[in-house]
Design a protein around this ligand. Structure first.
Ligand SMILES: *Cc1c(COP(=O)(O)O)cnc(C)c1O
Length: 239
């Protein structure tokens, strides 16, 4: 590996171990086992070579928020890309469903029935079944533009998703509103998640917590955190 590559690997390894320690401490504080919380490393804006490094360091899941960028990275890595599960975590237009169904293993940002139906059709047409999370809006005004279903609409959306052949309903995802109280937001998410319990086979995924608020998310029962900056460094303003 080049000096540059080795430097990047050391940098990522150090961010990763710091975040793993934070997760372990948060689990300990909440009386939970560390293995109850899965780490999704958010690789948006970072190159495919970082995904390769992450996989070599034992990471099992990566998150991306743009269809084109993610599809290109997965293609660039070839068969090596299959070492990790690819999560779509960004807002998604229905006309991208066909493309996303080819590279994503998990779609975390399903917030309306039409999108769920388009993803299911696309997945079936390529012989796949996608894990799907309902993105829940925790904004006081659910129209703030970040996406996510109003908590009141989540039960109906979840029932619709559970009935679609190309999706496997797995749980919920949310981003804590800023400004706002993350504890309040994640407590609300935990309540909404419980409503899905009867519809989900196996583990009920609660995807919550980012670089700045993973401790609060874990305290409120998150089973999955999505961490970018704290592992990979600062993104450009666009990220
Ligand atoms: C970018 C992003 C993250 C990661 O955020 P960091 O602050 O870099 O940890 C998590 N979730 C979603 C939905 C994102 O868009």
């Amino acid at each position: 590996m080049s000096d540059e590559g080795a430097g990047r690997e050391a940098q990522i390894a150090s961010g990763l171990s710091a975040v793993r320690e934070r997760i372990a401490a948060a689990c300990h504080g909440a009386g939970r086992a560390t293995h109850e919380v899965r780490l999704v490393v958010v690789t948006k804006t970072f190159p495919a070579s970082d995904v390769r490094i992450l996989a070599a360091l034992g990471c099992t899941d990566v998150g991306e928020n743009r269809d084109q960028e993610a599809r290109a990275k997965r293609a660039e890595l070839g068969p090596a890309a299959d070492a990790v599960r690819w999560h779509m975590i960004g807002q998604l237009q229905r006309n991208k469903a066909r493309s996303v169904a080819q590279w994503a293993d998990v779609v975390e940002s399903v917030d309306r029935v039409e999108l769920a139906e388009a993803l299911s059709r696309a997945a079936v047409s390529v012989g796949r079944r996608l894990d799907a999370l309902v993105q829940v809006s925790l904004d006081a005004r659910p129209d703030a533009g970040r996406g996510g279903a109003d908590p009141l609409q989540v039960p109906a959306l979840a029932r619709a998703m559970a009935a679609l052949p190309g999706l496997r309903l797995a749980g919920v995802m949310a981003v804590a509103p800023h400004p706002g109280d993350p504890d309040e937001a994640f407590a609300r998410l935990a309540e909404v998640a419980q409503g899905l319990r009867p519809l989900v086979d196996g583990e009920l995924v609660v995807s919550a917590g980012m670089s700045d608020d993973l401790e609060q998310a874990v305290a409120h029962g998150a089973t999955q955190v999505r961490i970018g900056g704290a592992i990979l460094g600062n993104r450009s303003a666009l990220g």
